[in-house]
Design a protein around this ligand. Structure first.
Ligand code: URA
Length: 430
């Protein structure tokens, strides 16, 4: 087979066969297809799309590109949660230790920053020493000891997603529902989750801004999950403003620690509790639920479990516990130009501003500044006064502060009249 023939086929919108999809995935991970040709195929897919059968075939081919794990938890099914990508979305850092503290088994394989969105792995790796690339034996030992581990795709586990994920990030080919479906579900099937809660984001900071497209993505994800015998439900949640206040890796770990200590922003805590209760329900852990999760956040059990994972994965848990993570060298305040109410926030622009400060990558080789990011003090519907700070930039060497300032200034819309903020949870598809 020749990759050029597949690029030509997809360019004119022909569906790829199972043999073609398997061949392309295999040839790419063996290094027989170069990045530039795979990028061309991804762009053709981005424009022409994958039908339901191609998305399922790509998912399977990506799972089969490496090993798979299986689990026999003491109680319930191995369970996980995955978000389709957002800004300030640090939920996994809180949810995995919390639900593990409630007795569930969570073998969580996550991703890095993708497009304008942040990634769980980059957030975790902002903790000095913490490793997310774990051998199968190490990953299993951490899950067996703590009920959860938080790892990356490796050369052995979903290697196809490891490579394609990074390539999509650097080639503007993220926002395709078939590619998102295969990327998310290949990780979750290979890690051995038998139950999965999907947090499908909608709004200005999501890959799909309108509810209909988010619903279609949720439906496609659930159909492919069910073909692979993974019990799956989806919540469509709001991403018209960042989740919580912090955007950027160390800043988000710090905000997660507040939530793990029973505090933190209300929207973050609420979403963690709703997703956590749904994970327990799907995992079959009857008797557990929201009240138990609230207790585990408030009594420090979830925080303790998170710190134990940090230590088990090589990180400096003492430093995280003391609030001693490195801080950005500089802070720039951004103020409102007029009086009024926050009517809209272009959340994607805030994600791009964080990348301009080096909290994320523009190219495959970019090195992240873990301390860089934004703190957003105002929420949709809040009142602001002229000259009042609504956001601050946190940055160090190499940050393009001018680009970030242009993006955040243009991101804010202030209106004269008060308005209602959107709901945090739009729909729950069971
Ligand atoms: N999360 C993933 O793992 N992959 C995507 O493509 C989007 C979100």
């Amino acid at each position: 087979m020749r990759i050029l023939d597949l690029i030509e086929a997809k360019k004119i919108g022909r569906a790829l066969s199972s043999e073609e999809i398997r061949w392309a995935v295999g040839a790419y991970i063996r290094g027989d297809v170069p990045d530039y040709q795979m990028a061309a195929l991804l762009m053709a897919i981005r424009w022409r799309g994958l039908d339901a059968s191609e998305a399922a075939l790509l998912t399977r081919a990506m799972v089969d590109s490496g090993d798979s794990y299986t689990w026999t938890p003491p109680t319930g099914l191995a369970v996980d949660k995955h978000s389709t990508g957002g800004v300030g979305d640090k939920v996994s850092l809180i949810l995995a230790p919390l639900v593990a503290a409630a007795g569930a088994t969570i073998p969580m394989i996550s991703g890095r920053g993708l497009g304008h969105t942040g990634g769980t792995l980059d957030k975790l790796e902002s903790i000095p020493g913490l490793r997310t690339t774990l051998s199968a034996a190490r990953f299993r030992a951490v899950v067996e000891k703590l009920g959860f581990a938080m790892g990356a795709q490796t050369e052995a586990l979903v290697p196809a997603d490891r490579l394609l994920y990074a390539l999509r990030d650097a080639t503007g080919t993220v926002d395709d529902s078939g590619l998102i479906t295969a990327s998310i579900l290949s990780k979750k099937i290979a890690e051995g989750a038998r139950a999965l809660v999907l947090d499908v984001k909608v709004g200005s900071g999501a890959f799909f801004a309108d509810l209909e497209a988010a619903r279609a993505l949720a439906t496609r994800l659930r159909a492919v999950a069910s073909e692979s015998h993974v019990a799956c439900s989806a919540l469509i949640t709001d991403m018209n403003q960042p989740l919580g206040c912090a955007i950027g890796n160390t800043l988000e770990v710090e905000e997660s620690m507040q939530c793990l200590s029973g505090g933190g922003p209300d929207d973050l805590r609420e979403l963690v509790l709703v997703l956590g209760a749904e994970m327990l329900r799907l995992a079959g852990l009857a008797g557990e639920g929201r009240a138990r999760l609230e207790q585990l956040l408030d009594d420090g059990s979830a925080r303790e479990r998170f710190l134990a994972m940090v230590e088990a994965q090589g990180g400096d848990a003492g430093r995280v516990d003391r609030g001693g993570l490195p801080r950005a060298a500089s802070r720039t305040s951004v103020t409102a130009a007029t009086d009024g109410y926050i009517a809209a926030i272009d959340c994607r622009a805030l994600g791009l501003a964080a990348i301009a400060l080096r909290a994320g990558r523009d190219t495959l080789d970019d090195v992240i500044d873990p301390t860089a990011g934004l703190i957003v003090d105002k929420r949709l519907g809040d009142e602001v006064r002229t000259g009042e700070e609504w956001l601050s930039l946190h940055h160090g060497a190499g940050a393009d502060v001018d680009r970030a300032l242009n993006l955040v200034h243009a991101a804010l819309t202030i209106s004269d009249d008060p308005l209602e903020a959107p709901p945090l949870i739009h729909e729950h598809i069971r």
